[in-house]
Design a binder for this molecule. Structure first.
Ligand code: ADP
Ligand code: MG
Length: 779
């Protein structure tokens, strides 16, 4: 209406005045000067012209050239200058919530404003945005959720998808949805931004969209691998011999020197093993897999520490950027470093963690140049690879690992497993050291491990199981799963899509027509693998949540039981002692965790871990994940506020066993006790074996007819990593999917098993159980 138009016009003029006033102010001038120095500035007009002429544009450029902070601003400024400010609406997505928050704050500051004026942000459960917010930074998940209720993105003029080179599942997912939207919204502009040069792929996906590149410059960086690092630092090993000096004496002194030396030699053997692998590689005696199994977790901290000591004491000035895998690690290392006198005068070291929850004052410290003579050390996750840029970094320490994100369209997912990075990531990390002068990069792994890194990380869509994604597609009502996925940038294989659908049917998340069941709907709201989600839901429903939280967290992180090479028997014995003859690795984990919690209360957590060959770091990770899972369940309304009811039956181990079975089914093998051995069989693999460190692997007999397992690994034969014994009736009642075809349908499905394993007698067990149940239901 004319009135509306008049209001818009007035607001637009107001915005233009405001912008001009800021740009002419002394501070504004200074900011403009900095902004003009960025490489992106030279391309400003070309970028804006391309965006106005084409519906889709792909932009690439070296990290730090000004894509994220500048490009959305260029668009905003030019709209405001053209007196269209009040009617434009720009959305810029970020793969991580931290970058959405920190970038929006930076851009607001560059515009001389507070957050919530023309610039705002929105991440899950949080956000700052006002009536006049025209440029919104949000996570990809937030935009996907908006699309759920606002299919046409009404009122949005520009969508900028940042960091597409990361090829996260959410981003690939979003691109399919946006590609569908473009013909319906000819006025909408889509801009894709990426750090590395794989622009062609994206361009051709959008029918040959124009590509623009922002040229940049970096200095050369020298690489050091583990071999030289051990030489450079002068430590055959890390400064374990000085450990008493810095704060961990409580833990170690109790163990006396002997135990100490044992631990040291364990670590030495890990390092030596890796180095030996380097020499042996030519003979082909080690496969890529066995190299990638080399796990530096146990030496990582101390190695990082000794590299940092070396830099602080021997190297020229310049900031240090340390890449680690997660916040837990960052915090523990920060504590450890703060107590370390070897880093030199504490007033000369500025130790910063690059953190999701960091205050903006601390955030500023990360970007600012420290006072002369002060060494800035920033501990960061792989978000410092491309999404944030710290200019004065000269030294990079690369632990070689990153946590691979798991799928999350609607929720903020915990990132779970640290895995080796790709060569491209390692290069990117190294490049962070050369922004202002030539730099040094310390890779904390042997050269030979680098050589077997993948060139690029596989797109998440092709590397993670599709089960969760399929649930999301259904819950967003995007049509047939396989049709939808066939339109992705790189489609997953047909077979893996079919497998995922089949699996979801078996566990009862999808019905015969591939529609979500009630269970499926609940699972789609939990950002964990469906089997773990199902276990959580059953744990809540059957009121035995505490142990189930531990089991699920344990399965998501990794086994907290250590496996030292030279003390295998002792370690296995320590593990067995938690099994208490109940034939379950999962219940053993629950006991170990509970024992650790008790010990923590008496401040003897480390001693407990030491005695029992447990990793305190892993137990801590499990602990924090348990809390996250509990909040998730609370969020979805499956448990009550107070956590009273949901633990009514937590001490009933048979019930816990049944819930574990509900989650892990169809991961199931039959058990036949023979004279001298135990024969195990699964439907797909036939004969299988148990890992020797499974508590069941040490038993001569297993008095359960079935084992459920989470993971099997194919080496020469197929091995079950973890297992829990379950009885016939538990399998009948909890395995599979009673809710769907009713008990009869369930029997039909199980019939396959019964026949295969030649246990027709189970049918009668089943029938009598069914009769009892029917009677129960009747009454
Ligand atoms: P790109 O997205 O191309 O990697 P950015 O737009 O994130 O680049 O950053 C451009 C420049 O702005 C970098 O040189 C960086 O140092 C600077 N910068 C980014 N965020 C901040 C901040 N919060 N404080 C100070 N400088 C920043
Ligand atoms: Mg960026």
């Amino acid at each position: 209406s004319p009135v509306m138009e008049k209001i818009l016009r007035r607001r637009s003029l107001h915005l233009r005045n405001q912008q001009q006033n800021w740009q002419e102010s002394p501070e504004g001038q200074k900011m403009q000067q900095f902004r003009r120095s960025l490489p992106a500035n030279k391309e400003r007009e070309a970028l804006l012209a391309a965006i106005s002429q084409h519906q889709v544009v792909v932009i690439s450029g070296e990290t730090g050239c000004g894509k994220t902070t500048q490009l959305p601003q260029y668009i905003l400024e030019s709209e405001i200058d053209a007196a269209r400010g009040a009617s434009c609406s720009i959305i810029c997505t970020q793969p991580r919530r931290i970058s959405a928050m920190s970038v929006s704050e930076r851009v607001a500051a560059e515009r001389g404003e507070k957050l919530g004026e023309s610039v705002g942000y929105k991440v899950r459960l949080e956000g700052i945005k006002g009536r006049d917010t025209r440029l919104l930074f949000c996570t990809t998940g937030v935009l996907l959720r908006r699309l759920l209720v606002d299919r046409n993105l009404k009122g949005v003029s520009h969508v900028i998808v940042d960091e597409i080179h990361e090829r996260g599942m959410n981003e690939d997912f979003l691109l399919i949805v946006l590609k569908d939207l473009l013909p319906h919204r000819p006025d909408l502009r889509l801009i894709l931004m990426s750090a590395t040069l794989n622009a062609e792929l994206f361009s051709s996906y959008f029918g040959g969209a124009p590509m623009l590149h922002i040229p940049g410059f970096t200095y050369p960086v020298r690489s050091h691998f583990l071999e030289n690092i051990l030489e450079i630092t002068g430590h055959r090993l890390t400064p374990y011999n000085q450990i008493d000096d810095y704060g961990q004496e409580k833990m170690w002194k109790m163990q006396k020197q002997a135990a100490f030396r044992k631990r040291k030699s364990q670590i030495a053997s890990v390092v030596e093993d890796a180095l030996e692998a380097a020499d042996f590689r030519e003979y082909g005696s080690r496969t890529r897999e066995s190299l990638l199994c080399w796990n530096p977790d146990s030496i990582g901290f101390n190695l990082i520490e000794s590299v940092l000591c070396h830099i602080c004491r021997k190297e020229r000035s310049g900031a240090v950027l340390v890449f680690m895998t997660g916040w837990d690690d960052i915090n523990s290392l920060k504590d450890q470093l703060q107590a370390n006198p070897l880093l030199g005068d504490p007033s000369k070291v500025l130790l910063l963690a690059c953190h999701g929850s960091m205050a903006s004052s601390e955030q500023r410290l990360i970007f600012d140049k420290p006072p002369d003579g002060v060494r800035k050390i920033v501990l960061a996750t792989n978000m410092a690879e491309t999404s944030i840029t710290i200019n004065d970094v000269v030294f990079v320490v690369d632990c070689g690992k990153a946590k691979e994100t798991s799928y999350d369209a609607l929720n903020n997912t915990p990132c779970l497993l640290p895995t080796w990075i790709s060569k491209a990531s390692a290069r990117q990390r190294r490049g962070r050291a050369g922004r202002v002068q030539p730099g040094e990069c310390y890779h904390l792994y042997p050269r030979c491990v680098y050589d077997v890194f993948a060139d690029y990380q596989l797109p998440e869509l092709l590397r993670t199981p599709l089960q969760s994604l399929c649930l999301q597609i259904k819950s967003l009502r995007l049509g047939t799963i396989s049709e939808f996925l066939s339109r992705a940038l790189q489609s997953p294989e047909h077979l893996s899509v079919q497998n995922a659908i089949e699996y979801l049917k078996v566990i009862g998340a999808l019905d015969e027509r591939e529609e979500l069941t009630i269970l499926g709907r609940h699972l789609s709201m939990l950002p964990v693998e469906p089997k773990l989600g199902k276990m959580l839901i059953y744990g809540a429903i059957f009121s035995c949540l505490d142990p189930i939280l531990t089991v699920v967290a344990g399965l998501s992180v990794r086994d907290p039981f250590l496996m030292p090479f030279d003390k295998k028997d002792l370690a296995d014995a320590a593990r067995s002692q938690f099994s208490c003859q109940d034939y379950s690795d999962h219940l053993a984990l629950v006991r170990a965790y509970n024992g650790w919690k008790d010990a923590e209360r008496d401040y003897s957590g480390y001693e407990y871990c030491w005695k029992n060959f447990l990793s305190a770091q892993t137990l801590k990770a499990i602990d924090s994940l348990r809390k996250q899972f509990f909040f998730l369940l609370k969020d979805t309304g499956l448990v009550d506020e107070e956590n009273h009811m949901c633990n009514k039956w937590s001490r009933d181990e048979n019930l816990v066993r049944a819930v574990i079975c509900a989650g892990l089914y169809p991961g199931i093998s039959s058990v036949v006790n023979k004279e001298k051995s135990i024969a195990l069989k699964t439907m797909e693999d036939g004969q299988v074996m148990l890992y020797s460190n499974s508590v069941n692997g040490r038993e001569a007999k297993i008095p359960y007819p079935w084992l459920v397992f989470n993971e099997k690994v194919k080496v020469n034969s197929v091995f079950l990593r973890d297992s829990t014994g379950v009885s016939d009736s538990v399998l009948l009642l909890f395995g599979g999917n009673i809710s769907q075809g009713g008990l009869d349908g369930h029997l039909k499905m199980l019939g396959g098993y019964l026949e295969f394993f030649m246990k027709p007698d189970l049918a009668s067990t089943y029938l009598s159980l069914k009769r009892e149940l029917d009677e129960l239901i009747q009454s």
